[in-house]
Design a protein around this ligand. Structure first.
Ligand code: UGB
Length: 427
């Protein structure tokens, strides 16, 4: 035993191994010294705990979940309170994102309990995500937890604080072209993150209903128009599409094994105010205003490229209707008790518009002539056109898109000019 520190001597040198005491007298001597040292040590220990919890910097991706966490936990609980007892209580993942922020606000406004979760990743300008938080979510009274869908401990903690009836899962790595730059980010968010969320959701009691964002991109090389949910989706043209398709299959397996009620919504090129700066309508606006050239893709043989651009409010209505029409999950605590609902539904606008037309609408709204370069569509995962059949959405959700591209872009441009006004867009 060291004469300087008897206590240290009593701690095993190797995990699991204790040093044997030498004699009964030795033991007595040790106990006496321990009694006099104990108050001092307790003080040191308490001081250490104090310094550790109160002076350590906050983690950038997760809220404090310890002593100081009481306040964020209370925020979560109060944000989750619905106006009436029967109203849904929804965890919105990706709540600082484009669709997520609009959907979270719409849910809150109609009286639902809402808690947001977002990792504020830097795929695009984080200050736009923060502005959505400040100007949309905070004002509506939606509390947003900064954290990742891959953090199972955090997800379980949220479910222990709140009995979520629904998860509106919109957190994802979006963007078709970026999948060639950073492929692993798609697997991390759209596959690993989704599985992690479903693992937690299937284990809690009661299991929530899952409504989540799939994508029109799953139709890939399908050439039958308009795209119906019954059409082929086994020919993805991008890794993004492949991970969204994987999400649909993964969702099916969790529905089948655990009785989770799951609705996947295939979004068709959603646009509007507070949109994503990586999308063409957004950066075309910025570049036209800055008198920079823009590239308009066309298919081989001068084929026009077109999209079924869908306005944000229509998509949000579809999300809310999916929540309202979803049947409950049947399982509990990881055990299936019966067949559960499984749906995949298109949310599009049903009227594709060419990229050329999109640009001419923007020129009119911005009163600036675009510097257009027509280029052959690069092999970057883009598909030449999309067109949604929304018969199923009408039947299941009462979905009826009402905003045409001209009207929707008008609202976007108005927002863009107000938001960026004097500011420089960093994208
Ligand atoms: O429905 C979806 O599931 C997806 O919608 C969106 O993808 P897309 O439909 O490809 O939208 P977006 O990039 O705005 O390109 C629009 C058009 O401009 C063309 N395009 C693009 C860039 C360019 O420089 N020139 C050009 O002509 C381009 O070829 C295309 O024809 C989401 O980003 C995606 O996350 C996913 O949700």
């Amino acid at each position: 035993m060291s004469p300087l520190n008897p206590i240290l001597d009593n701690i095993p040198t190797t995990p699991g191994k204790f040093k044997p005491e030498k004699s009964p007298l030795h033991f007595l001597h040790h106990r006496l010294r321990l009694h006099t040292t104990l108050p001092k040590l307790t003080l040191v220990f308490l001081a250490f705990i104090f310094l550790f919890f109160f002076l350590s910097p906050p983690s950038p991706t997760a809220p404090r979940r310890t002593l100081r966490s009481t306040s964020w936990e209370n925020h979560v609980k109060s944000s989750a309170k619905p106006r009436s007892r029967a109203a849904p209580i929804v965890l919105v993942t990706g709540a600082a994102g484009f669709v997520g922020s609009h959907a979270a606000v719409a849910l809150k406004r109609r009286g639902n309990g809402v808690v947001g979760l977002d990792n504020f990743n830097p795929y695009y300008d984080v200050s736009l995500k923060k502005a959505r938080k400040l100007q949309l979510l905070d004002r509506a009274g939606v509390f947003i937890v900064e954290g990742d869908i891959n953090d199972a401990v955090l997800l379980r903690k949220l479910f222990s604080l709140v009995r979520f009836s629904h998860v509106l899962h919109l957190a994802a790595q979006a963007g078709v072209r970026y999948a060639m730059v950073n492929p692993s980010s798609y697997v991390e968010s759209n596959v690993d993150g989704f599985v992690n969320l479903l693992e937690v959701a299937k284990s809690v009691n009661p299991q929530p209903v899952i409504v989540w964002a799939s994508s029109s991109s799953v139709y890939g090389l399908n050439s039958k128009v308009p795209f119906s949910e019954k059409d082929r989706t086994d020919q993805p043209a991008s890794l993004y599409a492949a991970t969204k398709k994987a999400g649909e299959e993964i969702a099916h397996s969790y529905n089948h094994i655990y009785g989770l009620s799951i609705t996947g919504l295939r979004f068709f090129t959603v646009y509007g105010p507070w949109g994503r700066p990586d999308m063409a309508y957004f950066f075309f606006t910025r570049d036209i205003l800055k008198r920079r050239p823009i590239s308009i893709y066309e298919g081989a043989g001068h084929v026009t490229v077109a999209r079924d651009f869908t306005y944000i409010d229509d998509v949000v209505k579809g999300c809310l209707a999916a929540i309202d029409t979803a049947k409950k999950s049947t399982g509990s605590g990881g055990k299936k008790k019966g067949e559960a609902q499984f749906r995949i539904i298109n949310l599009g606008n049903t009227s594709p518009v060419s990229v050329n037309k999109l640009v001419s609408i923007l020129e009119k709204l911005l009163k600036v002539k675009a510097k257009k370069k027509v280029v052959l569509m690069p092999r970057n995962g883009d598909v030449p056109f999309t067109h949604a059949n929304v018969t199923l959405a009408r039947k299941e959700l009462g979905y009826r898109p009402t905003t045409d591209l001209e009207t929707g872009l008008g609202k976007f441009v108005k927002w863009y000019l107000e938001f960026y006004g004097g500011k420089k867009s960093s994208w």
